[in-house]
Design a protein around this ligand. Structure first.
Ligand code: BGC
Length: 356
């Protein structure tokens, strides 16, 4: 029996735009309206209607013995135009977070998960030097009005533009090893810049959140000046998910060991696979958790795991075709059904251990 540390958080992760529905005041909504942008012409109009069904959804998480849940607070709802705050929406999120608390589930809240209010985009978005000043009033408001209910905050989801890839050299040659090291450094640290990531983490982060899905090989390639002379590709023979991402559960151990040196508590804030065949997820889940456990044995202070995601949802440009959920959502009726992988995750969470 592989037992996890006492108080380990077992949760799932989600994002407002992917589950709530009717978030029409942000840049993603606008982008979805152009035919060809999202697969099968899907839009987030209904998503999972979680905005209205959160009570039912959280009751299911309780049933699955979850003690934590990560969600995001939609900036464009709280601040629909610059400097104007909507008290009804603030009350809504108080109800949502309060409901989680009622169910004994600790909320982890993300303040920015990919979507931007239209007013913010119209004035230049994140490329404008004014961006931090424009974001701050919302942050202040959310913390003031919701802070008593939130257990942990994630300020910006995947601020480097992406989740934590594992980039490995395609061969033992010095050039391939350099290519992998350079690609990893750029992926992990851009746009903060080498050397500055440490400072930011040391200065302000209480914990390190790791989102990991994908690994690739890197080879030095003189024909690719535009890609920093690096060719990246999926390792041959490693299973590929419905997203086309190579995913080997053992990589999680290395990814977690990579952040050990910061000496901070670590939470896996996202990890999962897109698989229409739930049996694939059922095989993946205990395997990846085995490697989380090994990382803990290696001395990484991992305190929680948030599976992406609780229910099948609006997977950005892939629409509803990519299924990451432990719970299925019928696209006609929106009825929720726990998948076998969800039941398995519940058993692990209940035991706080992996089966022998
Ligand atoms: C994002 C999620 C997304 C998941 C799978 C993560 O990088 O935070 O919003 O659904 O990847 O693509």
């Amino acid at each position: 029996m592989k037992t996890f540390p006492k108080g380990f958080l077992w949760g799932t992760s989600s994002a407002a735009h992917q589950v709530e529905g009717d978030n029409r005041n942000n840049d993603w909504w606008e982008w979805e309206q152009t035919p060809g942008h999202v697969a099968h012409g899907d839009t987030s109009a209904v998503a999972c209607d979680h905005y209205h069904r959160y009570r039912e959804d959280f009751a299911m998480l309780r049933e699955l013995n979850q003690n934590a849940h990560r969600l995001s607070i939609e900036w464009s709802r709280i601040e629909p135009s610059e400097g104007e705050f909507d008290s009804r929406q603030i009350r809504h999120y108080r109800d949502v977070l309060g409901e989680l608390r009622e169910q004994g589930i600790l909320p982890m809240a993300t303040l920015h998960h990919f979507t931007n209010p239209l007013w913010f985009i119209r004035k230049g978005g994140w490329t404008s030097s004014d961006a931090p000043r424009a974001f701050l009033p919302f942050v202040q408001r959310a913390v003031d009005e919701l802070g008593d209910l939130v257990g942990m905050w994630c300020t910006i989801n995947e601020p480097t533009s992406h989740h934590k890839f594992l980039l490995m050299p395609a061969s033992r040659s010095r050039l391939d090893r350099m290519a992998a090291a350079a690609a990893q450094a750029v992926t992990d640290r851009w746009p903060v810049g080498p050397g500055r990531l440490e400072k930011v983490v040391e200065a302000s982060g209480d914990f390190i959140g790791v989102a990991h899905y994908w690994g690739q090989l890197c080879a030095f390639d003189p024909r690719r000046p535009r890609d920093q002379f690096i060719r990246r590709f999926n390792p041959p023979g490693v299973p590929v998910t419905d997203m086309g991402w190579a995913s080997d559960p053992s990589w999680m151990r290395q990814v977690l060991n990579d952040v050990k040196g910061y000496g901070k508590p670590v939470y896996v804030t996202e990890n999962g696979i897109a698989a229409r065949d739930d049996a694939v997820r059922e095989r993946y889940l205990p395997e990846v958790l085995k490697y989380v456990h090994l990382a803990i044995e290696d001395g990484v202070d991992v305190r929680g795991y948030f599976h992406w995601t609780n229910m099948d949802n609006f997977e950005w440009a892939k629409g509803y075709g990519a299924r990451f959920g432990l719970i299925a959502v019928d696209r006609n009726t929106l009825e929720r059904t726990v998948k076998p992988s969800g039941r398995m995750y519940a058993r692990i969470a209940t035991a706080n251990a992996l089966p022998a």
